[in-house]
Design a protein around this ligand. Structure first.
Ligand code: BGC
Length: 390
């Protein structure tokens, strides 16, 4: 590979005059939006001004956002986020040890005893009710922190206490039904949640730093997830939204890239990407799932980026660029990316009730910006961009 990436990019891709610069400017702006809102303690707010999210940071959103930031070369910002996560978890060492002990005696701890999904910027559980038992974010964080450390040649010691807490928690509770990426359906076991747990445990496992007992347990859980999903989490040759259905979900591409539950290039991976695209991609914008009524069920920018990321890794540059362009065309005049747009609504009759309840759609959503950065990087657009670091 002798041609520098930026030249390969421009030779191979059919950009209109000025288009590449516009796409790159949005990458610069995305970095700026994320670090502008990062809290002094390291937390990335999900959406600083959105009524229902103000004051909170999610492990799921933040872990993907940190991956985008890490790809920008802003090591300090990603480090600070991982410091925050590791601190949140390390402070819950005794609590998780107790939960694991109770589970080992056959007790099923009530949901309100489990770790929350989102925390205040100070790392505390919120005071208002939330759909709070979701395990995927802890797996996604493990994948994110290890990937960041590997990319920049960093040691994991400063995050290790938190990493062990996450591993212990996931090893004990991975197989429980819980709320999904969309904070819904606590009665089901969700394939994308299992994918995130598997991807996180595999990432930690490959560091070779887990002690023998944790390493054995992590390996067993990864194998159990693979077995369970292959029997109950597939239909028609593709992964499914939860165990025992044939529906798909826009989060499922994550089970291919980055989490590797379905090996990239395998039939299962290819058919999963095809099924998600066939069911949920409209003009490059990807819906969460067919029955989605949240704000009328619009198209989510971060899911377009996730599918695009997968296409880029699978070698479909044109397909990936189609998603990048679609996202970029949804930026506001000030270069902010929303959570979802209403260009195509699955259930328009439900939009107003959400506007009345929570106000306009979350904008900016830092996760949207983080995913834009990931896809832009995957396509080589961040090469030679001089991004200021924090
Ligand atoms: C989404 C979650 C997300 C949260 C914060 C919710 O509406 O369903 O996936 O983590 O917002 O952005």
């Amino acid at each position: 590979m002798t041609t520098p990436p930026a030249e390969r990019l421009q030779a191979a891709d059919d950009f209109a005059p000025g288009e590449l610069e516009t796409l790159q400017r949005l990458a610069v702006r995305s970095h700026e939006v994320i670090v502008q809102h990062q809290q002094p303690g390291g937390a990335y707010p999900a959406s600083p001004t959105f009524s229902a999210y103000t004051g909170y940071a999610w492990f799921r959103d933040g872990a993907f956002t940190a991956e985008g930031i890490s790809r920008c070369g802003d090591v300090a910002s990603a480090d600070a986020f991982h410091d925050w996560c590791a601190g949140v978890l390390a402070a819950r060492r005794d609590h998780v040890t107790d939960l694991v002990r109770r589970a080992a005696t056959g007790e099923r701890p009530p949901l309100e005893d489990m770790l929350p999904t989102r925390y205040t910027y100070a790392g505390q559980p919120g005071s208002d009710a939330w759909w709070d038992f979701q395990t995927d974010g802890y797996g996604t964080w493990l994948w994110s922190v290890v990937t960041h450390a590997e990319r920049h040649g960093l040691g994991l010691a400063r995050w290790w206490a938190g990493i062990e807490v996450a591993v212990d928690y996931l090893a004990a509770f991975w197989d429980l039904p819980c709320y999904d990426w969309w904070e819904e359906h606590v009665e089901h076991r969700h394939v994308s949640t299992l994918g995130a747990i598997s991807g996180g445990l595999r990432a930690v496992e490959r560091t070779g730093l887990l002690d023998a007992a944790r390493s054995r347990t992590a390996g067993e859980v990864v194998a159990d997830i693979a077995r369970l999903v292959s029997t109950d989490g597939t239909s028609g040759g593709h992964l499914t939204k939860w165990l025992g259905t044939d529906a798909v979900d826009g989060s499922l591409p994550s089970c291919v890239v980055p989490f590797g539950l379905a090996a990239p290039g395998s039939d299962l991976a290819t058919r999963t990407l095809q099924a998600v695209a066939a069911d949920l991609d409209v003009d490059g914008g990807v819906h969460r799932f067919r029955a989605d009524v949240f704000y009328g069920g619009g198209q989510w920018l971060l899911l377009s980026a996730l599918l695009g990321w997968n296409l880029a890794v699978a070698g479909d540059r044109a397909g990936a660029l189609r998603h990048l362009r679609w996202i970029a065309a949804r930026a506001t005049a000030t270069g902010e990316l929303p959570e979802q747009v209403e260009d195509h609504l699955l259930h328009p009759e439900h939009r107003q009730e959400w506007l009345d309840r929570w106000g306009p759609v979350a904008t900016p959503l830092l996760w949207s910006h983080g995913m834009y950065l990931i896809l832009a990087d995957e396509l080589g657009l961040l090469d030679r961009l001089d991004l200021p670091t924090t």
